[in-house]
Design a binder for this molecule. Structure first.
Ligand code: FAD
Ligand code: ZN
Length: 445
């Protein structure tokens, strides 16, 4: 059972009575009925890539892990309706490939896409690298099939874009992290495949300049801008140190870098012209210091590799204190400046690994130990660091759980920041749908 009991970052290992691996919705329902009868807690698990200890059991040894991995059929693709119906255990990459086979795009894009499952993506309402254009997983789903906490099957797998015939039950289960029921299948939205995808890297002085570039690119390229990622110099220094084989198309001497991705419905030439014009103007306006537009798929991939290896580079460097936060883009530069200064006051010399999805206001705002202090010693101060960061997020009216969810890791933390009414409403919903608290207990509420 070992692989099912330890989380992705190997920070915690739980215990379970058993790992159960059903391959049909009916089997899931039978298992949940039995668990309901004998009061056995159920921890649903997809790819087990949760970064908030959401998909592993606690230490009591009373729960079962219910792996959806064998529930992995693409049930149908309806190209005319721009939808596909897939089972919860389908790996995200396989969903993307099945859409491409029908000449369509399923736009959810995460660095964990070769391991995570669509059921996990829906349950965490995952974000990722194309939220700016296509929204979170919630926005990509039209219908669900769910096994309730009592073991009933609720099927609403209709590919309708308008349906006001009930409360929005679908949106209740999306983002619930398995605490209200088990998602077994979903109808997903598909989009036209872009004719060209182009990536660029820009060097900048400040996050504020990145915001000006974002606004400029949105007004020139509007719907074509699918990704806009920020990477601080120190984030990329770590990538350079631990992945020296990766090529940096710009000198690694500027304070900030922005990665832009354009998905164009016309042609490569059209996309290139748009991006070059936008970046040229931004350089003239002093927002951008230097920029490069990829001229091949290999170059585009190379730029993305810099971004996607930041997490791995941090892991090689040693543990640091991670925050997955969101702030309105209009206030994010101010947030970074203010919070960086506060952290320097409290933890002089701490090093900031700040990167993420600036286009939608979601930053991975990670704090590494000052030089000369061991990572383990610094981790001992995690609670103090969290307090400085989360209090600041609160003052900027942001969220301390932007895209990775709450899980077991932030369950107590969110109570300090969400209005009491909100927590009470959540508890009321949980009590109504899962009165015996058997669905992923200890997570979220
Ligand atoms: P799991 O980790 O197995 O489960 C996640 C949660 O959903 C748990 O609470 C679990 O109990 C519940 N669950 C799983 N399946 C079901 C189901 N069928 N029914 C009900 N509940 C269920 N997240 C982002 O949002 N954006 C990113 O860019 C991103 N990048 C990542 C990069 C890496 C390298 C890694 C390791 C993780 C990343 N994540 C990211 C976090 C994670 O990949 C996503 O949250 C993903 O959506 C989880 O999918 P999973 O199948 O692994 O779910
Ligand atoms: Zn992310």
């Amino acid at each position: 059972m070992a692989g099912f009991l330890t989380d992705w970052r190997q920070r915690a290992t739980g215990k379970a009575l058993a790992v159960v691996r059903p391959s049909t919705t009916e089997e899931v329902a039978s298992i949940v009925k039995l668990c309901h009868k004998f009061s056995v807690p159920v921890v649903p698990q997809g790819g087990n890539t949760s970064l908030v200890l959401g998909s592993i059991p606690d230490n009591s040894g009373k729960a079962i892990v219910l792996s959806l991995a064998r529930l992995n059929k693409i049930r149908s693709v309806d190209a005319l309706n721009n939808t596909m119906t897939v089972e919860a255990g389908c790996i995200l990459k396989n969903v993307q490939d099945a859409a491409a086979d029908a000449d369509r795009l399923f736009p959810l894009h995460l660095a964990s896409e070769s391991s995570c499952t669509i059921g996990g993506n829906l349950s965490a309402n995952a974000g990722g690298e194309a939220v700016l254009r296509y929204g979170n997983t919630r926005e990509l789903c039209l219908g669900l099939e769910v096994v309730t906490a009592q073991g009933d099957i609720w099927s609403s797998l209709r590919g309708l874009r308008k349906d006001n015939s009930s409360y929005d039950l679908r949106d209740l289960f999306i983002g619930a992290e398995g605490t209200l029921g088990i998602i077994t299948a979903a109808v997903l939205k598909l989009f036209p495949r872009p004719k060209a995808t182009l990536t660029a890297l820009a060097a900048l002085n400040t996050p504020h300049d990145a915001l000006l570039l974002l606004a400029r690119t949105l007004s020139h390229c509007n719907g074509a801008l699918t990704g806009f990622e920020l990477m601080s110099n120190y984030s990329l220094q770590l990538v350079h140190k631990h992945f020296p084989q990766l090529h940096f198309p710009l000198p690694l001497e500027h304070p900030q870098y922005a990665l832009l991705e354009l998905s164009d419905s016309e042609s490569d030439q059209h996309a290139t012209a748009l991006l070059e014009k936008t970046l040229g103007e931004a350089i003239e306006a002093g927002e951008v210091i230097d920029a490069t537009v990829a001229t091949s798929i290999a170059q585009s991939k190379g730029i993305w590799q810099l971004r996607e290896n930041i997490s791995a580079a941090q892991a090689h460097e040693g543990k640091n204190i991670k925050h997955d936060i969101s702030i309105m883009p209009s206030r994010i530069a101010d947030f970074i400046a203010t919070t960086d200064a506060l952290l320097q006051q409290h933890f002089p010399g701490c090093r900031m690994v700040t990167f993420g999805h600036l286009g939608d206001g979601n930053l991975h705002y990670n704090v590494s130990a000052p030089e000369g202090i061991s990572a383990d010693e610094f981790i001992g101060r995690q609670a103090e660091v969290n307090r400085v960061v989360y209090d600041s997020v609160y003052r900027f009216q942001g969220s301390i759980a932007a895209e990775h969810g709450v899980g077991a890791m932030k369950r107590d933390e969110i109570r300090a920041y969400q209005p009491a009414v909100e927590i009470r409403l959540m508890q009321t919903i949980k009590q109504a749908l899962d009165p015996d608290n058997l669905m992923n207990p200890g997570k979220v509420v």
